[in-house]
Write a new protein. Sequence first.
Length: 167
Amino acid sequence: MAVDSFKFMPRTLAESMKVWPYVDTSGEEIPWTSPRKQVKESRVALVSSGGLYCMDDRPFDLDRERSQPLWGDPSFRELPRGISQDNICVAHLHYDNSHALEDYNCVLPQAALEEMLDEGRIGGISDYHLSFMGYQPRLGTFIRETVPLMADRLLELEVDLALLSSG
């Protein structure tokens, strides 16, 4: 029996999705690395697709996205551990930002991570977490350029385990 991935979508959306320029990753090796440490010994970083950035950093480019709706800013930002709510900004057009602006833990669960550290369930927390804008219609650029840069930065931060949270 064939699977109809578009069965529950409105017809116009389904037709546009059928011709969407997806990234073909067939034939590429999946970059999996087995953990080298137990979770309770690991230094952990959060990676959020919520479009968070520090007040004194540059925002994600929403103006370009507004003028070119099939473009999403593929860059990422660093957020220091323990950043206060007053210093967090959000730039993302594809979800209701009001909740993250009220409590960024809903898209970057830093408080839960600190609790896990206090309970001895993880070994440490990175000095920085990463955030990007989850709307990435040109996924090839994001996968082939941004993700390796984020991975390199996490290695520089001596992170053993990265947890992805969505916006």
